[in-house]
Design a binder for this molecule. Structure first.
Ligand SMILES: [Zn+2]
Length: 257
């Protein structure tokens, strides 16, 4: 290496770190969403941030770790993603962060975990951080990980316990045909997918509200499993009850990998 020329050789391969994240607060997307109006340039709608949401899981983690590695940038690769309004609880969601052009390649990951968590109390936490190779990105991206959700459902009218139990029983271990939901049709191909429910449990009910736990294939849209999405998801919880049903609260409580 000759410092007097510009040919300093640095090892600029990215560093990859695997972990799981928990998201305790609703309204935080996994990654940055560019503003729909200006597509990131900045405008009045986004308060000149260029973003739809002030923060994301990716940006919150990045803020705590990028300087530790002296990296240029950091990208978060998630094993799927939860809805913005869903919390990510339980065992957390697997992810790999890719640190671009790091100056340092080895940082104490336990201390790093503590730093991320201390900076994000009440918002998010990371666990199980470990150094991995690039191949881990494909492994978590391609894993069709089973997911477990806790769902609070609002029913148009109160339904008795027997009818709720009957609907839950019929949907346990059912195969669901799901056409791409209307709410994501603008950004996803319009297809019909088959996804299995492994287990559906009634956790509680009161008046026109009930609480369910659903274990299903990754890629099943749970809000539409409940509402039926105007017939695009079949069978649905709403079909089985014969009553309109809508998700009021959604939490992911396990991602199996
Ligand atoms: Zn904007």
């Amino acid at each position: 290496m000759n410092l007097w020329n510009d040919d300093i050789e640095l090892d600029v391969r990215p560093v990859f770190i695997y972990g799981r994240y928990l998201k305790y607060r609703r309204g935080i997307p996994q990654t940055r969403w560019y503003c729909r109006e200006c597509r990131g340039k900045g405008c009045a709608r986004c308060n000149f941030t260029g973003k739809m949401y002030a923060e994301s899981v990716e940006e919150l983690i990045k803020a705590s770790i990028i300087d530790e590695f002296g990296a240029e940038d950091m990208i978060l690769h998630g094993c799927g993603r939860e809805d913005i309004d869903a919390r990510m609880l339980g065992s957390g969601r697997p992810f790999v962060v890719e640190l671009k052009e790091p100056v340092r390649r080895h940082v104490d990951l336990q201390a790093l975990e503590a730093k991320v968590n201390a900076a994000n109390i009440g918002k998010l936490a990371v666990t199980s951080l470990q150094y991995v190779g690039r191949d881990m990105i494909a492994r978590i991206k391609n894993a069709n990980a089973k997911k477990t959700y806790r769902v609070v459902v609002e029913l148009r009218i109160p339904v008795n316990k027997e009818a709720l139990i009957d609907a839950v029983t019929k949907l346990s271990d059912a195969m669901i045909e799901q056409r791409t939901p209307l709410r994501v049709a603008h950004r996803r191909a319009d297809l019909v997918r088959q996804r299995r429910i492994y287990e559906l449990k009634l956790l509680g009910y009161s008046g026109n509200t009930c609480e369910l736990e659903v274990k299903c294939d990754g890629g099943l849209y749970v809000k539409e499993l409940i509402s039926g999405d105007s017939g695009r998801t079949s069978p649905s919880f709403s079909d089985m009850l014969g009553v309109e049903a809508e998700v009021k609260e959604l939490d992911v409580i396990d991602v199996e990998l």
